[in-house]
Design a protein around this ligand. Structure first.
Ligand SMILES: CC(C)(COP(=O)(O)OP(=O)(O)OC[C@H]1O[C@@H](n2cnc3c(N)ncnc32)[C@H](O)[C@@H]1OP(=O)(O)O)[C@@H](O)C(=O)NCCC(=O)NCCS
Length: 147
């Protein structure tokens, strides 16, 4: 069954928390950050659902002055990966954000994610040394969008 992409809200708090725990065992956000991303203004937040279950989530910070949408988090549950859900969440965020640039940070070792971002037109735009708590470097990736 194909995933449906819809706006997420604070009602999805428990499901998003669970997904973040599974997808980001090393970089799990504190509860308050998850509540914030589900409720603050100027954030595009979308969920992917299959049979009514939340299986994917994305949140992008909209920075209008810089015309940038920052992908703060994107994750898909392991058993639903490799079926285009991550790509669908990124493309729909792009469409809803309507900014000139999409930007994100990714662990340099995260080959699946980097492969996906490249395939959607993101390019490497810098390196942030020791960005993650365990000392790993972050790759900065950017896409110029038509809007
Ligand atoms: C990165 C992530 C969101 C991608 O989600 P996804 O739904 O698997 O993405 P897609 O299916 O659209 O594309 C996945 C790509 O990964 C690869 N892939 C294929 N099967 C896969 C699988 N079982 N598991 C992971 N990746 C797979 C493929 O190369 C695919 O590219 P292709 O279209 O050229 O074949 C997901 O792997 C994830 O949640 N990872 C853990 C959290 C994370 O690292 N998030 C990004 C932080 S910057």
């Amino acid at each position: 069954m194909p995933a449906s992409i819809q706006p997420a809200s604070w009602r999805d708090l428990n499901a998003v928390r669970r997904l973040e725990q599974i997808c980001f065992p090393r970089d799990m956000w504190p509860l308050w950050d998850i509540i914030g991303v589900l409720s603050l203004p100027n954030i595009v937040r979308l969920k992917a659902s299959v049979n009514g279950e939340l299986v994917g989530f994305i949140a992008c910070d909209i920075r209008r002055v810089q015309r940038v949408a920052w992908v703060a988090t994107v994750g898909v549950l392991p058993e639903h990966r490799g079926r285009g859900i991550g790509a669908a969440l990124l493309l729909e965020s792009e469409r809803q954000a309507r900014m000139t640039y999409m930007r994100l940070n990714v662990r340099v070792s995260n080959r699946n994610a980097i492969h996906l971002y490249r395939s959607l037109g993101y390019q490497e735009a810098g390196m942030w040394p020791a960005y993650y708590q365990d000392g790993e470097d972050a790759l900065l990736m950017e896409k110029r969008v038509k809007y």
